[in-house]
Design a protein around this ligand. Structure first.
Ligand code: GTP
Ligand code: MG
Length: 138
């Protein structure tokens, strides 16, 4: 059994589609074992996305991620990391497959509704960035 980190981004909380997104995750066999709503500061967003700090869209990304509430979550399941990425769909909704969260809900390549860890090591780091071990209840 594997854990991954998931985030419902401000474009989605703003449109009140948190539940619709969680439903898609659950239907894919992922279980929410930790969840909280946070309005991250610019500093928290910069820290979380530090790997992207040299990318041209970094400032826009940090601005967007601190523009409203997000829901940070830990998901658990078999191959949770890959499964979550599959349900999310491609980064750009124009490239996302039918039936994926981003195809259905994302507004643009930036405002793309969800985040999911891309590997075991990043999942571990990202979970620890937002949660203490006692907040995760399997
Ligand atoms: P995450 O699960 O959020 O990490 O998405 P990803 O792994 O599919 O994409 P990537 O790690 O390459 O980029 C991280 C995030 O930066 C994306 O989810 C987008 O929100 C944002 N992003 C990526 N490319 C662009 C871009 O060209 N323009 C803007 N404005 N944002 C971008
Ligand atoms: Mg990524």
């Amino acid at each position: 059994i594997e854990r991954t980190f998931s985030m419902i981004k401000p474009d989605a909380t703003r449109r009140n589609i948190t539940g619709a997104i969680v439903k898609m995750l659950e239907e894919a066999g992922l279980k929410v074992v930790a969840s909280k709503r946070v309005w991250m500061s610019r500093r928290e967003a910069e820290g979380f996305y530090a790997v992207h700090k040299e990318r041209p869209f970094f400032n826009e990304l940090v601005e967007f991620m601190s523009s409203g509430p997000t829901v940070v979550q830990v998901l658990e399941g078999e191959n949770a990391i890959a499964k979550n990425r599959e349900v999310m769909g491609a980064t750009n909704p124009k490239d996302a497959a039918e039936g994926t969260i981003r195809k259905l809900h994302a507004l643009s390549i930036g405002e793309n509704s969800v985040h999911g860890s891309d590997a075991a090591e990043t999942a571990k780091v990202e979970i620890a960035y937002w949660f203490s071990e006692t907040e995760i209840v399997g």
